[in-house]
Design a protein around this ligand. Structure first.
Ligand SMILES: Nc1ncnc2c1ncn2[C@@H]1O[C@H](COP(=O)(O)OP(=O)(O)OP(=O)(O)O)[C@@H](O)[C@H]1O
Ligand SMILES: CCCCCCCCCCCCC/C=C/[C@@H](O)[C@H](CO)NC(=O)CCCCC
Ligand SMILES: [Ca+2]
Length: 543
């Protein structure tokens, strides 16, 4: 086909059948859409329907047979030629489905011309993956990972001509270790089928591999880490699925598979966690000490309960009402204009995240001129806390649809540090209930929230130990308190919950790395009735 300047194709316009009627169908490369309208005048506004090319999954020649819709007298008069376009249909609550429509005509060359033109346009969608590495955790969540992948995801990948290498994990860290061995550069992305823990493994494998290949020492808390451009796709099959929910808006395997197929790209902040110049872990969702650390520690013993373990341990931890003494030092995130108290949330195309992306690009250009971090002031907060939560994203999940910090951004280079001070059980319950409703979680005198780019935490116990107070006495005293649950003052440390895994150290140093990695996602789309939504509901009416 001839090309216009810029490599674009001329518009392809034909009269094609769709359902019972004949339509003027246009493939418009410039506007990036497949559109059709009723050729009979008068043309009323709203009769023009389209599907964006970026949301077409596949096109294939279709055999017309008796199963096809009744298309009136046409099939009696001539042999019909047809092609089917599979596309993304956007349903409620950010759910995506694969829908299809079959166009037909009597002229075979025209039908072939359409198939070829559509295939060429799909081929030109350069952000779409062609070859993926897939890790499936068969034991995550309700142990449905393998079935979900085989029944719901693999057929879509195959329809979209995506080839895959699939690894079913045999033990914890299988995926992470494997990512250090395989030739990751031959893949357009890595897919993990499982929960947040499985995602964390794949992320550690990929980020770790990138640093290793670039000679960066992960143990240096100040190191400028190398960005990972190999995108990760999450097929949710876990217990919390917070990362999937917060980046897509729903925890649904088919929706996530479609975001992978259309080649979406969502940059993501990653926090590095160190202790004494030793690398511990990366985190993208929740770093929680106190309440969420204690829930996790208790729930690990109850893995056999499946996702229910969090409800059981949550209730138990709530009743125990332990608080912990410690010191937090943080540097405010001055580079970003947002605030954790903003009414607006991070949505697809978020301008605050875009601004951070520009700043990051400038920093990379100026290479080496950054790190004014050391000169900026540190703020210090001491106290007794029921929970210390640092979230790099909202942490929205089915249990908490707005998340722990509804205005947190996916890719602004900051985390929201939420300090919940000692308060009554009743007040803490009021705070927890606000995780689940529309009320402001930070509107309590015992809750403080700061947007930070790095922070350090030291528990009272480790401070005292450092100041040479006898370890054994402290530990005994801690035991004494735990044996008397009515005494809420816990002299032992809590545990850090790092994206659903426990950390061995309570004293940690955390730094947010702006947009260190990328996901096959686009952030949460605004819930307005946009153009695409309109065109698709019109398709439904027509067929
Ligand atoms: N084959 C396996 N056997 C045992 N553990 C595995 C296997 N594959 C992966 N894992 C580990 O299982 C952990 C939990 O997996 P996953 O996240 O998929 O499930 P989950 O039920 O949602 O758990 P979580 O709430 O911790 O995210 C991961 O940290 C991962 O390292
Ligand atoms: C009376 C009603 C009170 C209800 C309160 C419900 C609050 C739910 C908030 C859930 C916040 C999840 C934050 C995400 C953490 C993930 O990185 C992590 C890994 O999957 N999950 C957990 O640690 C699992 C943590 C699960 C906690 C329940
Ligand atoms: Ca962030």
């Amino acid at each position: 086909m001839e090309r216009l300047p810029g490599g674009r194709r001329p518009r392809l316009v034909s009269s094609l059948g769709l359902g019972r009627r004949s339509w003027e169908v246009t493939l418009d490369d410039e506007r990036g859409r497949l559109a059709w309208r009723d050729p009979r005048p008068p043309r009323r506004a709203g009769e023009n329907c389209f599907v964006p090319i970026s949301e077409i999954i596949a096109v294939e020649e279709t055999e017309f047979n008796k199963k096809q819709r009744n298309i009136g007298r046409w099939h009696k008069m001539a042999k019909l030629h047809a092609f089917t376009v599979y596309y993304v249909k956007k349903a409620r609550n950010h759910r995506w489905r694969c829908s299809d429509m079959t166009f037909w005509c009597v002229d075979e060359p025209i039908c072939n011309q359409w198939i070829q033109a559509l295939k060429e346009l799909l081929e030109m969608q350069k952000s779409r993956p062609k070859h993926l590495l897939v890790y499936i955790n068969p034991y995550g969540g309700k142990r449905q990972g393998k079935r979900i992948y085989e029944q719901k995801v693999a057929p879509l990948f195959s329809m979209a001509s995506i080839s895959t290498d699939v690894v079913i994990t045999e033990h914890a860290n299988h995926a992470k270790d494997n990512l250090f061995e395989v030739n990751i550069y031959k893949y357009d992305g890595v897919v993990c089928v499982g929960g947040d823990g499985m995602f964390s493994e794949v992320m550690h494998g990929l980020i770790g591999r990138m640093q290793k290949d670039s000679g960066i020492d992960q143990n240096n808390p100040k190191a400028s880490l190398v960005q990972c451009n190999i995108r990760i796709g999450i097929i949710p099959a876990g217990s919390t699925d917070c990362i999937c929910y917060s980046t897509v808006g729903i925890s649904d395997p088919v929706t996530s598979a479609l975001h992978i197929i259309v080649g979406d790209c969502q940059p993501l902040d990653v926090s590095s966690v160190h202790h004494n110049n030793t690398f511990l872990k990366y985190s993208v969702s929740l770093l929680g000490y106190g309440f969420y650390g204690d829930i996790l520690k208790d729930s690990e013993k109850k893995r056999w309960m499946g996702p229910m373990r969090y409800d059981y341990s949550g209730f138990k931890t709530f009743l125990s009402h332990h608080y912990y003494e410690g010191t937090i030092a943080y540097q405010p995130a001055k580079h970003t204009h947002g605030s954790p108290r903003d009414k607006e949330s991070c949505r697809t195309g978020c301008y605050i995240c875009k601004k951070s992306e520009k700043q990051l690009a400038e920093q990379h250009k100026e290479c080496g001129l950054k790190h004014e971090e050391g000169e900026e002031e540190w703020k210090v907060v001491k106290g007794k806390f029921l929970a210390i939560n640092a979230v790099s994203m909202s942490c929205a999940c089915p249990r908490s649809p707005k998340g722990l910090s509804p205005a947190a951004h996916l890719a602004d280079g900051s985390a929201d540090l939420i300090l919940v001070r000692k308060c009554s059980r009743f007040d803490f319950l009021r705070y927890l209930v606000r995780h689940t409703n529309q009320d402001d979680q930070f509107d309590f005198p015992f809750v403080d929230v700061y947007r930070v780019k790095c922070f350090q935490f030291t528990s009272k116990l480790s401070e005292d130990n450092e100041s040479n107070v006898m370890d054994i006495v402290k530990k005994r005293f801690g035991q004494f308190c735990r044996d008397h649950p009515a005494c809420c003052c816990n002299i032992v440390n809590s545990t850090w919950n790092c994206d659903g895994e426990t950390l061995d150290s309570s004293a940690i140093e955390v730094r947010v790395h702006c947009q260190l990695m990328k996901l096959f996602a686009r952030g949460i789309e605004e819930n307005c009735k946009d153009e695409a939504a309109y065109s698709q509901s019109s398709v439904e009416q027509l067929l």
